[in-house]
Design a protein. Structure first.
Length: 353
């Protein structure tokens, strides 16, 4: 059992991390940078973490904040989506082709260029969720700490570079901005947000959904929006910003204990893999633009190797279709989580590393 002084020390490190994340978000907001509250928090806490500052990741708060973002994403599933559902089948089919190509390219890259053993290269190269890939790596004898650092860096770099990249890809037509003001804090909208977040999280846990704290509320609110039970649900802006600060802080604090030398090596290697990922994402987005008339920004964000919450928030900030982006990332993470261990089991007998 922890002593009171140890608990107090840990709590102070949580507060310090969140305070630093809030300062970073405020600085980015004042500079009018895209997705400021998440990116600012992420960058400031990452630099502090690697510099040895006494931070502790507020990861216990992330499920609640993910549920808030899930409610926000659910509001983007409007009834008119049914008219476009058939078109999305083409992009979903393309997504599976994209995943196979990305997996093959990234695993080969990490093994031959990064000099990782095949097991570690496999789970580092899979475009799945961080937690799922780390657990799978640990269960199969790969270096889970290296896999965790690669995936943390992948999410960090992807979120940092994507807003500028997609603005460039659309020739400056996509306008990068923070999530626009939704509504003021009132007892009614805060109460609805908390009820839907809690009920959706319970629903996600009951069904064992991947990223359940985000997906459960998102699917619940989406179902209510699509059936007309709920309409014009607008979560309070301050709470949405707060959720972004927590998510950005958690990502930045994943680098606690990592040296600048260690970061430089992994960042360089992961950056190379991201160039490959984003190159493929741009190619597929260009193809979907021709076949389906989907905006380039929307296609890139749907195929980019980031997290569901992070990529969906970038989509909102760039005024892309957040429902389209969220759905594709949910499918990506679910497919990789289900299939990657099975494929590894088939290939394992031939692994001589």
């Amino acid at each position: 059992m922890s002593s009171p002084s140890a608990v107090l020390l840990t709590a102070s490190r949580y507060v310090f991390a969140l305070g630093l994340g809030l300062i970073g978000g405020a600085v980015f907001h004042l500079l009018n940078l895209p997705l400021p509250w998440m990116l600012g928090a992420m960058l400031f806490t990452m630099v502090a973490s690697v510099s040895g500052a006494p931070l502790a990741s507020p990861r216990l708060a992330r499920p609640a904040m993910s549920a808030v973002i899930g409610v926000v994403l659910g509001t983007y599933f409007q009834p008119e989506l049914f008219a476009r559902a058939g078109d999305w089948l083409i992009s979903i089919a393309a997504l599976f082709v994209f995943l196979v190509l990305c997996g093959a390219v990234a695993v080969t890259f990490f093994h031959f260029v990064g000099r990782m053993d095949w097991k570690t290269a496999y789970f580092a190269g899979m475009p799945g969720g961080l937690i799922e890939m780390v657990l799978a790596a640990d269960a199969n004898g790969a270096d889970s700490s290296k896999v965790a650092l690669v995936h943390s860096t992948r999410v960090f770099l992807t979120v940092m570079v994507l807003p500028g990249l997609v603005v460039w890809a659309e020739g400056g037509e996509a306008v990068a901005r923070g999530v626009s003001a939704m509504t003021d804090m009132t007892f009614e909208n805060v109460g609805l947000l908390l009820v839907f977040a809690a009920a959706g999280a319970f629903f996600g846990k009951l069904l064992r959904l991947p990223a359940r704290y985000l997906m459960g509320p998102m699917l619940l609110v989406a179902a209510l929006e699509l059936t007309g039970v709920v309409s014009d649900l607008h979560p309070p802006t301050v709470l949405v910003w707060g959720a972004q600060v927590v998510i950005g802080t958690v990502i930045g604090c994943r680098f606690v204990g990592v040296t600048w030398r260690g970061v430089a090596g992994v960042v360089g290697l992961t950056a190379g893999s991201i160039v490959l990922f984003l190159g493929l994402a741009l190619a597929f987005a260009a193809l979907l633009e021709q076949l389906m008339g989907i905006r380039m920004v929307q296609g890139v964000l749907a195929f980019a190797p980031g997290g569901v919450a992070e990529m969906s928030l970038v989509a909102i900030s760039l005024e892309a279709d957040a429902a389209f982006v969220a759905l594709h990332h949910v499918i990506r993470i679910s497919a990789v989580m289900a299939l990657a261990p099975l494929v590894f089991a088939l290939l394992a007998p031939r692994d001589k590393s």
